[in-house]
Design a protein around this ligand. Structure first.
Ligand code: GDP
Ligand code: IMO
Ligand code: MG
Length: 421
């Protein structure tokens, strides 16, 4: 069997959590392959709302196996808090949630280093989520990281050596910190991790595939935050693109089946970095208010703008998207007209290619369509779509060259319209 992948095509928060939950009944296993608690994936059903950070979004649908893959960075303290909150409503969590021994650990000093590096950058800061993501992946790549499997043998010694190295760095940066309280909750988190099944996820996943099981790989962040292909340096520190599912789970490229690319009908971004279609006016504020665009992890207001088809086409190319998923068109319900960015103008020349760097020379070229001015949140099937919305869908499919399989019309699991099998 093959592995299907679902990933964000913009700067994150496209609605991945909701859609993974909706698709979960079609799969045996749901696996996160990169990122860590910088993610905040929101699910709503039966009047309840959950925000997941490290736990895959398949955790609420029946007895599916959920895996935290080797490409993920895991903070034991935040993981403990997350699973304890989930256990109130989720039975047998420890039986259904497996963790890769090869996933890397986020140490308390990684969080401190994240804050110290951001402070050092001053006005040029990335605007990270402050969860220690960059420093943890830096240690992984520089071959200094600690992995989940390390907690099973001679751990204290490895931990102390890593912390000593980090403390030297923090002192060099004259960064004030209090490690003791962070360490206490972190070691409680290590004990919590031991309640879960720690697995050699690469072997496990491949043997399940051989046995005919189906897997959905759940991306975090979005393609424009990818370390190689995103708006560098204003990116996260992992490969958020489809190829990340191969390295983050131990799956051969030939095993990848469908690639679901998810995007909002407009666009948002949290933290610093370029955003050509950003709106600073009342339209931007309307998008923020109607879309509740405030970070699910940090609570920061999200920057809002029109959908960027140049960036989307680039993301679709890098990810090899086979099916698109559109979320939050209902946020545009009251708009008389809707804009889409179809090209960039750079130094007076128009281009449809995503440039090396999006700097202040890049100007969006917009194409305007009529709004539908209809409440979409109650719609149950494609037949009920207003004519203007159908025109918008056709325009996007033509411009992007990929069909839109699912339209999400509200945050709830039920507010989902599947257009074809
Ligand atoms: P993720 O990180 O990609 O999982 O997305 P987030 O959960 O951070 O942000 C998406 C937000 O939009 C959440 O608050 C969801 O509940 C909400 N949401 C998802 N799909 C829709 C939709 O179709 N319409 C509306 N109005 N809200 C949605
Ligand atoms: P989900 O999975 C939106 C952004 C941060 C910052 C940059 C680097 O919920 O879509 P990091 O802490 O990763 O070093 O921050 O990436 N960022 C996200 N933005 N959604 C996310 O995750 C994000 N995870 C990181 O705001 O700009
Ligand atoms: Mg999110």
């Amino acid at each position: 069997m093959s592995v299907d992948v679902l990933l964000g095509l913009q700067w994150g928060d496209e609605g991945k959590g909701k859609i993974v939950d909706v698709l979960t009944p079609h799969y045996d296993i749901i696996a996160r392959f990169q990122g860590g608690p910088n993610a905040g994936h929101t699910l709503e059903f039966e009047g309840k709302k959950f925000v997941l950070r490290s736990v895959p979004s398949g955790i609420f649908q029946g007895d599916k196996i959920n895996i935290i893959g080797n490409g993920v960075v895991l903070d034991p303290a935040l993981f403990k808090a997350e699973v304890e909150a989930l256990e109130v409503s989720c039975n047998d969590l420890a039986k259904r949630l497996y963790i890769s021994r090869k996933a890397h650990l986020i140490l308390p000093t990684h969080r401190l280093l994240d804050a110290a590096y951001e402070a050092q950058k001053g006005a040029d800061k990335i605007g990270t989520t402050g969860k220690g993501i960059g420093p943890a992946y830096t240690d992984k790549v520089s071959r200094n990281g600690l992995r989940v499997g390390d907690i099973e043998y001679n751990f204290e010694q490895k931990y102390r050596a890593a912390v000593a190295r980090h403390e030297t760095l923090l002192q060099q940066m004259s960064f004030d910190y209090d490690l003791a309280s962070l360490e206490k909750e972190w070691f409680e988190g290590i004990e919590a991790l031991k309640r879960f099944r720690l697995i050699d996820s690469d072997n496990f996943i491949n043997s399940e595939l051989r046995a005919g099981k189906t897997i959905l790989a759940e991306g975090a962040q979005g393609t424009l935050l990818d370390i190689d292909f995103g708006s560098y340096p204003f990116v996260t520190s992992s490969n958020t693109v489809c190829a990340g599912a191969c390295t983050g789970l131990g799956i051969a490229p030939s095993r990848i089946g469908k690639v679901y690319g998810i995007f909002k009908a407009y666009c948002t971004r949290v933290g610093s970095g370029p955003f050509p279609t950003e709106l600073f006016d009342t339209t931007g504020q309307t998008l923020r208010d109607r879309g509740f665009e405030y970070g699910s992890v940090t609570g920061r207001p999200r920057r809002c703008g029109w959908v960027d088809l140049v960036a989307l086409r680039y993301a679709i190319m890098i990810d090899g998207v086979t099916d698109l998923i559109m979320t939050k068109p209902d946020v545009l319900d009251t708009f008389e007209t809707i804009r889409t960015c179809v090209a960039y103008e750079i130094d007076g020349k128009e281009t449809e290619d995503f440039p090396f760097e999006i700097d202040d020379r890049v100007r969006p070229v917009f194409f305007e369509l009529a709004g539908w001015q209809t409440d979409m949140t109650k719609l149950k099937s494609e037949d009920e779509f207003p004519a203007e919305f159908n025109a918008y869908l056709i325009f996007l499919e033509k411009t992007l060259g990929v069909r839109i399989k699912i339209v999400s019309v509200g945050p709830d699991r039920e507010q989902t319209i599947v257009r074809y099998k």
